[in-house]
Design a protein around this ligand. Sequence first.
Ligand SMILES: Nc1ncnc2c1ncn2[C@@H]1O[C@H](COP(=O)(O)OP(=O)(O)OP(=O)(O)O)[C@@H](O)[C@H]1O
Ligand SMILES: [Mg+2]
Length: 317
Amino acid sequence: MTLLEVENLSTDFVGSDGVARRAVDGLSFRLRRGEALGLVGESGCGKTTAMLSLLRLLPPAGRIAAGAVRFDGDDLMRLSTDALRERRWRDLAIVFQGAMNALNPVRSVGEQIREAILLHRTRPRNEIDRRVGELLELVGIPAWRAAQFPHQYSGGMRQRAMIAMALACDPQLLIADEPTTALDVMVQAQIIELLDQLRRDLNLGLIIVTHDLGVVAELCQHVLVMYGGRLAEYGPVADVFSLPQHPYTQRLLAAFPDLDRPDAHLEGIPGTPPRLSDLPNGCRFHPRCPLAIARCRVEAPPPHQIAAGHVATCHLV
Ligand SMILES: Nc1ncnc2c1ncn2[C@@H]1O[C@H](COP(=O)(O)OP(=O)(O)OP(=O)(O)O)[C@@H](O)[C@H]1O
Ligand SMILES: [Mg+2]
């Protein structure tokens, strides 16, 4: 059953010069209940902006220019601010990029989780204490550690605590923005395992934003590749990773170290992604695309279905 349906989502940032620059452009995808979607693409391609747009939690310069975000029947873009505040955290929650380093150092982890609960829901005091313990144990932290401070937690435990906080109001969808970045490999594997277990146990929809295609391969059923604010490719992980259709996806995969063949030659993608102030015409990837033809420079390809549930945005496929 569809949990989230994003249609034609577009978001601008308005610069100090008053000019609006499009950071997310016409993004559409769906997520089913209990399904994990990996959102990938190089730095600056709009992953975080797209996720903050879903929750309408953009920084002041950000504006949603178009689009519908249907969640459980309602269009979140049309809800009043108050109605949306009600839905946020109860229905969909996010672990922000870098959040594990933003815990308050002078307050215990338990207090901070308690605060997160109280912010969204009123409950009697003893019930809240019990809930804090429950949430910690849900993410694999013994309840007694609620009294400890962030510096007494390892990086992995701080990330677990952030996940516990996001789950405080039993959301149906959890967005995790780079949940394994800056953790060592063993700890990354544990966080992946935790997210996968939560997905299965709670039938949680998951969106994982990551640079690590290995995380997507292990954790996700679907993958969405973004480039220059647009969808480049979307489909089942098995299809997209075995037979990538978009030249950008092909390059991204070729640039990623293969766990089975760590010595294999890696080809970086020459050039850099476009800046918002300087977006190319046509396909945003054409300046870096080895296969680009004249049409790619002038005409933006529309996303089109190339197989069941597999979409690519390229004139050549
Ligand atoms: N507050 C802001 N004001 C203006 N421009 C912004 C703002 N936040 C992001 N941008 C721009 O929007 C584009 C998309 O940024 P975003 O942070 O969404 O990318 P990302 O894919 O999450 O990158 P990363 O992988 O580095 O986290 C970038 O060009 C960025 O410079
Ligand atoms: Mg980001």
